[in-house]
Each structure stands twice: as C-alpha cells, then as structure tokens.
Design a protein around this ligand. Structure first.
Ligand code: GAP
Length: 440
C-alpha cells in the first residue's frame, strides 16, 4: 500500500472514521466498518449528492429498490453471462491476479513467459479464467434449483425495472431522472487500496431517461455537471481530477459511450465515477425477458419509444476516500495533522471547550452546546490541555473550536478558533449560530 494512503488509513482508525471489518477475528478481507466520524462524513456526502441530484432538479426523483431482486433481471441485464473478471493464478505461490491489470504493465500476453509479480517465478501463471463477480444466495430454507438469487452488483437495474411505475406515479415526461443510493456487492478477485475496491460498497446512481437522438448532447452535459460536483461541492483540487474516455475495447457490455471521472490517488489515477450512455440496451433486454412493454408513451406527440439512458454512477466509499485523501494535510510547520474538510461536510462542525473544569465554565459551555446542538453536529470536549484538544479536532476535520473562559461568564463572549489558519477571534455567543450557518 502506498505510504500516503497508509497515513490516511492510520488517521481513519485513530479518529474513528473507518475500521477493518471483524478485526478481533483477524479481519475480513475487503470489507470495512464506518465508525462515528466515518458515518457522519458518509452521510454528509450522500445527502449533498441527494440534494444536488434530486431536490435541485424538478425532473429527477428518488427510489429505494431491494438489494435482492428477481434473478431473471440479472440474466436480462447481461450480468449472469458477461459480468466477469479474468482471473490468473500463480501455481507456485498461489497468488491471484486480474489479468486486465497485468496487461498494463506487461508487453507480453503469453502468460507462461511472464514473471509472477509476487514470487518472481517464470512459467507459473495460469491462463486467464473468467470469474463471475456476483454473489449468489438462496431464497427460502432449502438451497435447491430455482431458489438462487443474487446480491445486486449495481443499483441501476432496480431503477430500470421500476421506471414506468415511477414515471406514471409522478407524471414525469422525458427527459427525466431517477436517483438511488444503496449497497452493491461484487466478489472482487483482488480488493486493495483500503476502501477503494471492496466487496460491499455503496453506489450513488442516477439514470436519466432521454429521447434517442438527444443522448450524445445530454451525455456531455452530465459529464460536466458531475465533474463540477467534485470541485464546487466537495472542494476537491481541480488539478487532481480528470476525465478518462473509454475506448471501444474497454466499454462495458451495455455502453455506447463511457467516461470516468478519475482522481489522482497516492496509488495513481483511478476511477471514482462513471458517466455512461447505456442506450436502450437495458430496457429492451427487460422487455425481451419479462414479456412486458417497457416503452414510454409521449402523449403530446402521440409516439411510443424506448428511451435511451444516460447514467451517472459513483461509489460513495470512493468519494469518501477522495475527500479524505484530498483533505489530509501534514502541517509540519505547526507539527500537526489536519483534515482540511469543507465545513459543509465536516463530521463535527464545532468542538465546545470549557478552558477549565471549574468555576462554572463547564455549565456555561453546556448551555452554549444546547443552543448549537439542535442545529449542528457539535461535541463537548473538556479532556486534556486546550492545545491537545485543538489538535485532536484538527485531525477530525472540525472547522471550529469554541472556547469558554472566565471572560465568557462576564460578557457572554467566546473565542472561536479557525482550524486551517489557527486564527482566533473573540465574539458574542449570539453570533455563533450565524457563523456556523454561513459555513455549512
Ligand atoms: N451501474 C454502472 C456501474 O455499476 P461501474 O463502473 O461498474 O458502473 C460505478 O461502477 C462506480 O461504483 C465506480 O465508479 C466506483 O466508484 C464504484 N465501484 C464499483 N466497484 C466498486 C468496488 N468493488 N468497491 C468500491 N466501489 C466500487
């Protein structure tokens, strides 16, 4: 693992953002648990996405479909036959690799000539075998033929099979969108780079139903809008983001055009979101497999057609890793680690710190806490020296420290400390709500 990712991993554990799953049993590969600050941050990011993708657009609505769905859905979508990764084994050290990752580093495609990257043996690699990424389970008490089901590998299909119900109920006209946030599962051959590639993850997907012919233009528009989200809403450095356009040979089985938004992680440029033109592939497949009409009827023009779908598909966990990596700041000059999170998404907005544990300061601090906690996620911290408390909050990404001292008892003013500059300012307690409101 890259050393700067290790620093992020270590901070995440230390401050309660992210833990390895089942740690007391030695860990469970490629699954992570989100601690108190991790879940706050994850919720902030997903709410920001939800507001931006649904509330800000009159023609985009939400949905929450099941993780388990009729197994025929996955036959129709092509996932049963085509959702495969090519797997290579080393017969010598038993290491496993995905051959598509290999080819980037290796000029030869004759696997017997290539050295195993783990043990260095030449001639020990097997030919690639196709490996389906879907997790299977059984419905009902007996595992027998006909009871098999899959954990969804993408949330998108739940939207496609419901789209006419949603459209009818909400009286939507093309173009319109349906957004969904939910878990997806993939039995990844190699899971690495912390929460970047895991077997259980969350997707933030929006499917935009458009008239065929308008798809190319709308695809370009969504590409730009999604890139702007990272810069304007999540404060990610523009220079660390780029588009990657898929070539003919690496397009997914459903896509006419696809473009990834990539972030420059410490382990290299990698995808955080995909924007896809899925044409009418999915709807026509569901029409074929279910025997039900999936076409949209335009009443004004009196015409019926299968809409094309422009999809924006992001991983919440990858967004979180992007935000954490981008915010990590080793402030050597002041000997501190800071998470420079935007106050909009910081898990804790302010720490309320009585300077001492006596003279009525904790009681006064509690009163201020009561006013603020109805509006913001704030915490009460009276453990250790004030310097130590500030540094702890810097690591947690808390943008404001509010200190209550003896002067507070006299004139109702507090000191507010700004995380990034460490500047301190005296202000009236009544102004705190406005200051916190302005920043969030
Ligand atoms: N519905 C389209 C779809 O699922 P994808 O490119 O396979 O497309 C979309 O996945 C996004 O989901 C990716 O950009 C990534 O952010 C996230 N994602 C996919 N596999 C993941 C995994 N194993 N772990 C974490 N996130 C993953």
């Amino acid at each position: 693992m890259d050393s700067s990712i290790e620093k992020v991993v270590s901070l995440c554990k230390r401050r309660g953002f992210i833990f390895q799953s089942s740690e007391i049993y030695g860990g469970f590969s490629a699954i992570y648990d989100y601690g108190p600050l991790g879940i706050e941050l994850k919720n902030q990011i997903s709410q920001l996405w939800w507001r931006e993708m649904t509330h800000a657009h009159e023609n985009i609505v939400g949905l929450d479909s099941g993780i388990l769905m009729h197994p025929k859905i996955w036959e129709a979508s092509g996932h049963v036959n085509a959702f495969n990764d090519p797997l290579i084994d080393c017969k010598h050290c038993k290491a496993r690799f995905r051959s598509d990752e290999f080819e980037k580093d290796s000029k030869s495609t004759i696997w017997k000539d290539i050295q195993c990257p783990r043990c260095g043996t030449v001639g020990s690699l097997t030919e690639p075998r196709q490996f389906n990424l879907m997790f299977k389970t059984n419905i009902g008490p007996v595992a027998e033929k006909g009871t098999e089901a899959y954990l969804r590998p993408e949330t998108a299909q739940g939207i496609y099979v419901n789209y006419l119900l949603v459209q009818g109920a909400m009286r939507l006209k093309v173009p319109f969108g349906i957004a969904q946030i939910g878990k997806a599962f993939r039995n990844e051959i190699i899971a690495r780079n912390f929460i970047f590639r895991t077997r259980e993850f969350e997707q933030l997907e929006m499917q935009y139903f458009v008239k065929p012919g308008s798809d190319d233009k709308i695809f370009q528009e969504w590409k730009e809008k999604r890139m702007a989200f990272y810069v304007d809403f999540l404060n990610i450095d523009k220079s660390s983001l780029r588009f990657y356009k898929h070539g003919e040979d690496d397009l997914a089985h459903y896509a006419k055009e696809a473009c990834d938004i990539e972030y420059k992680f410490p382990f290299g440029w990698s995808e955080i979101e995909g924007v896809h033109n899925r044409t009418n592939f999915d709807l026509s497949q569901h029409e074929k497999f279910s025997g039900k009409k999936m076409s949209y009827f335009d009443q004004q023009k009196n015409e019926r057609y299968l809409p094309y779908i422009i999809e924006t598909s992001a991983g919440l966990n990858r967004m979180l890793l992007t935000v954490l990596t981008n915010a990590y700041w080793d402030d050597k000059e002041n000997n501190r680690i800071v998470l420079k999170l935007s106050p909009k998404i910081a898990p804790i907005k302010a720490a309320i710190c009585p300077l001492t544990k006596k003279d009525g300061l904790p009681e006064k601090a509690r009163k201020i806490m009561d006013i603020l906690k109805s509006k913001f996620k704030v915490i009460f911290d009276q453990q250790g020296s004030i310097g130590k408390r500030y540094y702890r909050q810097d690591e947690a990404g808390t943008p404001f420290g509010i200190t209550i001292d003896h002067q507070t008892l006299e004139d109702n003013t507090v000191t507010i400390r700004f995380r990034d500059t460490q500047r301190q300012e005296r202000m009236l307690t009544e102004n705190l709500v406005d200051i916190l409101n302005e920043s969030t």
